[in-house]
Design a protein around this ligand. Sequence first.
Ligand SMILES: [Mg+2]
Ligand SMILES: [Zn+2]
Length: 250
Amino acid sequence: MSEKPDKVKDRLPEGKSNMSRNGKAAVFLDRDGTIIEDRGHIRDMSDVVFFPETFEALQKLQDHFLLFIVTNQVGVAEAIITPGDVDRINHHIVSTLAERRIVITDVYVCPHRRTDNCQCIKPKPYFLIKAAERYGIDLCVSFTVGDHPHDIQLAQNADARGIYVLSGHGRKHLAELSDGTEVVAGIKQAAEKIVSTCRVEKYRNRHKQAKEKSILNLDVASELWLRTDLGPVPRHASEAAKARNVKNGK
Ligand SMILES: [Mg+2]
Ligand SMILES: [Zn+2]
């Protein structure tokens, strides 16, 4: 089936193509293979296994982004799992994250088969547009993270930016990616990459670099001080003056 995914701008109501400008930024996370291990159609809590880096990564991301989970659960359409199973598992995931103070703003599930031709299956941007409208999100400054090429096409279809992870099925589908796709090892590296694009973070880094530079200068100063044989490095200028006076016998 040749599928021409809708572009966000085609889906927004007339005259509202800028409605998401200056909105909040979000990260739309795939579930299986991205934040937890891909264990097929999960029905049992015991099959929910978070990647060890997930918690820290999401904590880092939520400093700057609203977090969402967007997941295709074809097992529902295939009657392997029920919608209730999916809800229960998602609730368990969200509350486990909440215990670590991680807030998932919303969870979006497509329970259909690809052949059902539904509106919500990834890479259709339906859920991202829904989130943008409901939570005031600017998709142009938002990201998707996932281990399937659909997660990247999802970003493209929503005018967002996709980060592909090699966890889950990432390695298996690597060859299907289009050129220029941003590929990282896992959720940890995805978070680092996303956060590094933030203005606040860029400012912090610049500040940190400047601070490191000034420490460097201080070291040069201390070395000069030591070379002039004026005793230990003073903490303040006043101490420096005192030390100089002592040296000069005043
Ligand atoms: Mg996945
Ligand atoms: Zn669907």
